[in-house]
Design a protein around this ligand. Structure first.
Ligand SMILES: C[S@@+](CC[C@H](N)C(=O)[O-])C[C@H]1O[C@@H](n2cnc3c(N)ncnc32)[C@H](O)[C@@H]1O
Length: 188
């Protein structure tokens, strides 16, 4: 059986924040095999080299000879299990979300490459959430089999809570959320 495509995270944020790093670490755990971080700057290389392979070039410069697909919320077609057999490389944007999506995956990755694009449904997922859903699809599930909560509320105490306006997968009633994120938000 063909092994899963290589996962590429194209690092597009100017700063490697604690939140972003938590999502990257979880993405690496979910994908199990080697994850390649592209567009890595000198500043972030020292940290990212501990969790995956690092490349300073963009995915377009390294993987244009391979059959690759960008996970882009604005793509017309959904990712399917047969795509996982067809593509050697799946590229996810190393981008944090805004409440109102700004189409940065399209602007920073899709429009600057000749790769095909696929969506993962109507919700803006976190990086690790997108990787989780892509993995589920590569294991044979289709998007309609995967429950996604449209947003989540993290309750800190009787008066304080944080709403994360992003889609989070739910599998057998278990919410798939970035390990360490709740603790990180508690200390803000
Ligand atoms: C938090 S999202 C950033 C989205 C970015 N704000 C935008 O508007 O394009 C991080 C990455 O997860 C992937 N992703 C998230 N939701 C997705 C969806 N519904 N379809 C396809 N990819 C998605 C994309 O690769 C995206 O770059």
């Amino acid at each position: 059986m063909k092994k899963h495509p290589t996962l590429v995270v194209e690092h597009c944020e100017p700063i490697l924040s604690e939140w972003l790093l938590l999502e990257y670490k979880h993405a690496v755990v979910i994908w199990e095999n080697e994850v390649v971080f592209t567009r890595v700057t000198k500043k972030t290389a020292n940290v990212l080299k501990n969790i995956g392979r690092i490349e300073k070039e963009k995915a377009q410069d390294i993987f244009s000879h391979k059959s690759s697909v960008v996970l882009d919320p604005q793509a017309e077609k959904p990712l399917t299990p047969s795509d996982c057999k067809k593509f050697d490389v799946i590229i996810v944007g190393g981008l944090l979300g805004y409440e109102k999506p700004k189409g940065r995956t399209k602007k920073m990755i899709s429009n600057r490459s000749d790769f095909q694009q696929r969506n993962l449904g109507p919700y803006q997922l976190s990086i690790d959430g997108a990787v989780f859903v892509a993995k589920a699809i590569c294991l044979g599930m289709t998007l309609k089999d995967i429950e996604i909560a449209s947003e989540i509320e993290i309750i800190h105490d009787k008066v304080h809570s944080t709403i994360l306006p992003f889609g989070y997968p739910v599998i057998q009633n278990i919410l798939i959320i970035t390990p360490g994120l709740v603790e990180y938000l508690e200390k803000l």
